[in-house]
Ligand binder design. Structure first.
Ligand code: NAD
Length: 357
């Protein structure tokens, strides 16, 4: 359990400090693609903040990081308002925390089926289709306002320009599709290996330049992990750079819609799939908590057999009417939870190689 000062003034002082620290890392990670601490370290700061707010609820003010989604939008892009807000997810870090969520939900809506899927470690993107035509791609931003990255999104091969309507699933007049843009582990390793090779070439060339008294060429920075590589590749002012990077997308949700009324999340996925959108083949609808636990354990053991990095499993109530009933807080839906796997030892040796720029 987290250490929470009993004394209110001490708690408030610690809260103020933590909030400032978290806000700084939130912007570095989401807005600048330049995190300075690991996700586990960030999550620990956030858990301490949440524990203080639980003990002293008056500290959970609107401007607390516990009430925010993502980060500010970067000035590199035009900002766009989403038709419907994008959220973050609440986390469970242990079977006990998962049970607590299940109990909260079942107290209100008993006997619901759970849709389990992988939590892809990339960045959230909102695609807008009007009459089946892709009109906009935007980052999540702060949930309300995102960055317009339409030209970048159009370079991703798995994102269709046009949806294919079928008899069963006609193309809707308007729909926002939510999903994760990611870089596969293989492409990430290749990108960094290419950069290392290029850096060797630059270093050799710099030897000659030095001898000739010329200005030295800068080395290319390496990406820390696939998530960072995906975000850095997608959020480029020049979409030809994005086009040169191997990015993919998996869709897992829908926002505002007209002419599309799925009754269940899983049924919605069937429509998305029929339209030609890249749905996941890993999701499962399960009726029991035991089933959910097995799913979590299975992918905990097999997380490296997946082509992309995952940092957990997302569990959603499948029935959309029930999702509506449960609703959301300012930060996250009450009808879903992310079960996060424990942090791993750093696996790539590339990550440890310091590059001077
Ligand atoms: P989150 O990553 O915990 O969960 C929400 C996000 O999960 C969604 O927005 C979506 O992008 C993603 N997601 C992946 N698969 C999904 C699926 N199947 N269904 C629904 N959503 C799915 O929350 P967040 O708000 O994006 O970011 C917070 C997290 O980011 C932190 O817990 C931490 O891990 C990391 N972070 C790290 C730093 C740092 O400095 N290292 C700073 C800020 C945030």
């Amino acid at each position: 359990a987290e250490q929470v000062p009993d004394d209110f003034d001490a708690a408030r002082e610690r809260h103020t400090k933590l909030a400032a620290e978290i806000d700084r890392h939130r912007q570095l990670y989401h807005r600048d693609d330049a995190p300075q601490i690991s996700d586990a370290e960030y999550d620990a700061l956030m858990r301490e903040l949440l524990a203080i707010e639980e003990a002293h609820p008056v500290l959970a003010t609107q401007d607390s990081p516990s009430q925010q989604v993502g980060g500010d939008v970067s000035e590199l892009f035009a900002s766009v308002r989403h038709a419907e807000r994008l959220y973050s997810l609440d986390n469970a870090f242990s079977p006990e925390e998962l049970t607590a969520w299940v109990e909260r939900v079942t107290a209100e809506v008993p006997g619901e089926a759970y849709l389990c899927e992988l939590k892809i470690d990339g960045l959230a993107v909102n695609l807008t289709y009007e009459n089946g035509v892709l009109v906009r791609g935007a980052t999540r931003g702060d949930g309300t306002t995102g960055e317009d990255i339409t030209p970048n999104v159009r370079t991703i091969a798995s994102i269709p320009e046009k949806l294919k309507g079928t008899k069963k699933y006609p193309v809707p007049e308007f729909v926002e599709i939510r999903g994760e843009v990611f870089m596969s582990t293989e492409s990430f390793e290749k990108l960094n290996a290419d950069r290392l090779a290029e850096n060797e070439r630059i270093t050799a060339a710099n030897e000659e330049r030095k001898a000739e008294g010329k200005r030295l060429q800068k080395l290319l920075p390496l990406y820390a992990n696939p998530r960072n590589a995906a975000a850095g590749s997608l959020r480029q002012k020049d979409p030809t750079i994005t086009a040169s990077r191997a990015l993919s997308m998996t869709v897992y949700g829908f926002g505002a819609r007209r002419g599309f009324e799925p009754t269940h999340q899983s049924q919605g996925y069937a429509a998305l799939k029929a339209w030609g959108l890249p749905t996941s083949s890993y999701f499962k609808v399960l009726d029991t908590v035991e089933g959910v636990t097995e799913y979590i354990e299975h992918y905990g053991e097999h997380r490296h057999d997946i082509e992309h990095e995952i940092d957990g499993v997302v569990i959603k109530i499948d029935d959309i009417a029930v999702q509506r009933r449960l609703g959301s807080t300012t930060r996250a839906p009450r009808w879903a939870i992310a079960y996060k796997y424990p942090p791993e030892e750093v696996t790539t040796t590339l990550r440890d190689i310091k590059v001077s720029v």
